[in-house]
Design a protein around this ligand. Structure first.
Ligand code: ATP
Ligand code: MG
Ligand code: MG
Ligand code: MG
Length: 477
């Protein structure tokens, strides 16, 4: 079943059951506390928290999502993309647990001839919050699930809250068992590669106070209006229904992977490391395209920095596949063709996004060409003397003279099996900042009278700290 068909069935199913179909919001969230839209519920937060009355009692959407905190998983697990689509159904004080469980089970297990996804009941498992007896009863009643396929888990995995006083509640998640070829028996609690999480049902039920942490708070009462928020990973359902191994091989993503393979001449499926690289490329190219289409441009801060890192990781992965000339013209076009049927603006914005992407790649290839030899030689020298730590002054030279941000050096060193003497690097950076400050002070004294130059002086004192600062801000990238 093609992704477009999964989307169509989803919206039809919930649309026919009284849900208002709401188009996907931008990846760039309105919420200033969020860098990106990270879940299907994000555009509905004001309604779910009761800050704004909901204009409809029920809604459904297929929401574009970016999750940077999954970046290290991409290509290694079958199921983590930095970009993906989360299908949601929402109830604002309307139906609750019984309705949500009934809909989810019905849509997943109804035959494809009847408009459902046609999963076999025997392949599905669920988890529930350990104290949520009501949900357990409902799973028994509605799905007829045997006791051993309902697993009870704690607050750390099966409880939703914002981490603030306000609404909270237990979750229940649905998993697909890929079978013994993929891992050990024992259910989702023991193996998340074999048991793939496909759908999370959140029951917003309680008001919480005295929030000490995400899992440590006091429940102070029931919410007057209880809400449902669910999220089903469309790529996960797609890869399971398309009979492929992972989400990078579905119809919307695989064409990019194939271009990476053709350009590099490496066959997908021949070597594990290369396969991971091709999957990373397929994922990151799509994320970059979707981010640019939603108005993000590469830069040294915030969202633009995330985009820049995704593109640079792609380019470096291509180099590791042995291909070191521009690849975005082919990769980006393949992703456009795969995504434009679902998102026409991907094609409409193409002139702008492709121009930006190709220019960014050219610049980065030049940076790499300048510094890679220095780094390679330093890596060899380090290994020759039996060390596993690249000296801080090499990292500093790369930064200072070749424009290598420290995270790039860290990643490239890591690929060569080395760490970097970060303390020495930081000391050198600090010394450079101190020197710049001292210089500026001296200049200030010398030209104290020439107030007309004060603007220039201010600029002269600026030290570029963007990469260090942003590394903590976006943490994972
Ligand atoms: P996982 O445990 O597999 O990382 P999650 O518990 O973090 O998933 P939720 O926050 O519950 O995911 O999101 C709802 C649904 O969105 C998940 O059940 C899954 O189907 C899908 N999903 C979550 N993260 C990703 C991702 N990085 N790529 C693709 N789909 C995802
Ligand atoms: Mg996750
Ligand atoms: Mg999970
Ligand atoms: Mg989950």
């Amino acid at each position: 079943m093609q992704t477009a068909e999964i989307q169509r069935r989803w919206l039809t199913y919930f649309g026919e059951r009284g849900h208002t179909v709401v188009p996907s919001a931008s990846l760039v969230s309105d919420d200033p506390s969020l860098l990106f839209t990270v879940a299907g519920m994000v555009p509905f937060i004001p309604y779910l928290t009761g800050v704004v009355p909901s204009p409809y009692p029920r809604a459904t959407s297929v929401q574009k999502v970016i999750r940077t905190n999954d970046i290290e998983e991409v290509g290694k697990t079958p199921r983590h993309g930095t970009f993906f689509q989360m299908n949601g159904n929402f109830s604002f004080g309307d139906y609750f647990k019984e309705g949500a469980i009934t809909y989810a089970w019905d849509l997943l297990t109804s035959s494809q001839a009847d408009g459902g996804f046609g999963f076999q009941e025997k392949d599905l498992w669920v988890t529930v919050y350990e104290d949520d007896d009501e949900a357990i009863q409902l799973w028994r009643k509605i799905a007829g699930l045997p006791e051993e396929r309902i697993q009870r888990l704690g607050r750390d995995s099966n409880y939703w809250s914002t981490g603030q006083p306000g609404p909270a509640g237990p979750c229940s998640e649905i998993f697909f068992d890929r079978g013994p070829a993929y891992g050990v028996d024992g259910g989702p609690a023991t193996d998340d590669d074999r048991y793939v999480e496909i759908w999370n049902l959140v029951f917003m039920q309680y008001a919480i106070q005295n929030v000490r942490s995400k899992i440590d708070f006091d429940i102070v009462g029931e919410l007057p209006k209880k809400n449902i928020d669910t999220g089903m990973g469309m790529e996960r359902v797609a890869f399971l229904l398309q009979g492929v191994d992972n989400m990078y091989e579905i119809d919307q993503v695989r064409p990019v992977l194939d271009v990476a393979s053709q350009l590099s001449g490496r066959r997908y499926g021949a070597d594990h490391e290369d396969d991971v690289r091709m999957r990373v490329i397929a994922d990151h190219v799509r994320s970059s395209l979707m981010l640019m289409t939603d108005g993000v441009s590469p830069s040294n801060e915030g969202r633009g920095y995330v985009l820049r890192r995704l593109m640079r990781r792609t380019i470096r992965a291509m180099r590791l596949l042995g291909y070191d000339t521009a690849s975005f013209p082919e990769l980006f076009a393949a992703s456009r063709d795969a995504m434009a049927p679902a998102y026409p603006d991907v094609a409409e914005e193409w002139a702008r996004t492709s121009g930006m992407a190709f220019a960014e790649e050219e610049t980065f290839l030049r940076t790499l060409a300048g510094g890679t030899t220095i780094l390679d030689v330093a890596v060899q020298d380090t290994k020759k003397v039996g060390s596993a730590v690249l000296p801080g002054d090499t990292a500093f030279l790369l930064h200072d003279s070749f424009g290598f941000p420290i995270d790039l050096t860290l990643e490239m060193a890591e690929e060569a099996g080395l760490s970097v003497d970060r303390t020495a690097f930081d000391t050198l950076m600090q010394e450079q900042r101190d020197r710049a400050k001292a210089d500026a002070k001296n200049r200030k004294k010398a030209i104290a009278d020439l107030t007309v130059y004060s603007d220039f002086r201010a600029q002269g004192e600026t030290t570029f700290t963007g990469y260090d600062y942003l590394e903590t801000e976006t943490s994972i990238l």
